[in-house]
Design a protein. Sequence first.
Length: 603
Amino acid sequence: MSNTVPLSDSSFSALIQLLRYAKGYRRRIVLASSCSALNTLFDIMPEILIGIAIDVVVNREASFLAGFGFQTPQSQILMLGVLTFVIWAGESIFQYLYLILWRNLAQDLQADLRQDAYDQVQSQDMGFFETRSSGELTAILNDDVNQLERFLDGGANDFLQVFVSVTLIGTVFFVISPSIAVLAFTPIPLIIWGAFYFMRRATPLYADVRQCVADLASRLSNNIGGMATIKAFTAERRESERLRLASRDYVQANRRAIKVSSAFVPLIRMAILAGFLATFVIGGLKALDGTLNVGAYGMLVFLTQRLLWPLTMLAQTVDLFERAMASTRRILTLITSQNRVRDEGTLLLSGNEPRRIRFDSMSFEYPGTHSGVKNMSLDIQAGTTMALVGATGSGKSTLIKLLLRFYPVSGGSISIDGVLINQLSLRSLRESIGLVSQEVFLFEGSIWDNIAYGNPDASKEQVRQAALAAEAMEFIEHLPHGFDTLVGERGIKLSGGQRQRLSLARAILKNPPILILDEATSAVDNETEAAIQRSLAIISKKRTVLVVAHRLSTIVAADRIVVMEKGNMVEQGTHEELVSLNGFYARQWAVQTGAVQQGVTTP
């Protein structure tokens, strides 16, 4: 089931949504639009001056300018020269202003869109990421936002200038010769209809293009991240072929869109030709029989030509607009996506004392599956260590994710010190929990950066003490640059054991009252496991600790062990109590220790 709010497929609806989003930029949009309009006004004035100049040359003292007090043709030409300078200067000034305003607006708006989209992604529950690939999200946050920026950089101004040009030139035509104006502008409705028609045809095509971009980005992201696996299984040719097919789909989607958008240009050219011929022929006949001023005729011919360039560019602008609106729909759909885990709690967990955790008849099921936990009730006393064991998929890690509110519970409740976790602010809840996971994620940067991630305000000595407590100092001191050593993307330059120790140091530096160890030693060697166990024995004091483990030897000393199977709790007790039950735990203990004697397990 989708957790997003769908937007209308219409490009104009997407534009309205974008304008609503950008309401804080309205003043800047109006200012930029005004500069675009004024630039267009000055841009079409030279054609008008050419018509006036022809009138001066032909009619001299009886010209149009003579009525403003310029009696001699020489003074009229000089006046036209001054006006030409002012007009060209004005055009240049407003072109500079609209370029600055539109481009800066594009930069600021795209930065806000990317930030808001990222913040929305970051606030989502983990179920959101099960239906969205990292490549798709990256394509939206990067490529789609850049596509909208490209339109704001130039396309918005082009649209405005076409509209202003048609309006101003149409006004001049109707003032000089209404009959010619009607004929010259008759094709304009056809051009507008064509623009709308091609926009409707192009909208789904560009939506396909954006989806192909996302698929291609996802393929690239997955392949680069899994390069070691690709090489190990000699799958280079297979993956290269998959990328070729994804690239082919993108090319074909673009070709379909280009085929439609390209047909718009010839239509516009033929429509403009009809308008130009009407002005050229009928206006010429009127000038010959004396019903139309020669200068006015020249002006109309030049102005008709003046329409040719912006209207021809309209096809390219519409193409850019459609691409931008396809991206806008994806961006705004992401920004307006619904979050099932809402940060509506206001209560805070103060202090750093151990916490009591209670799961009360709590249930949860992953969407589209039957896996999860069912009617689970657990009471973890403050300052104790509880271990969760069971087969893969039994629900151990699910309990951890629900405690961290990565997912919403579907039934029952979870509380900390008697306070329901949905009444706590997410920040307060998660600041009280330190997580050391089997899947260690290190950020690209130095060892220092990754340990200090647990507490960015920590002093140098605190970071060093956390590394000592995690028994990480031994390998850190042997590295060429010590704490300043770069770990590479996802910590690729370090071994699995080294990454796990840094993850533990990060959690120690956070100094949380609740510590969660989710298979923290399952992927390390015996020496590293022993080192981590020594660290845990120290840092578990005066904390509430939850341990998820497959290696039962790591949780023998736990105050309480809970055995889970298919989302249910089937056994609980201390290590000795569970071994004596001769149940699931005892059988697993016998397998791991080799103590199987005719179906009877011994500790």
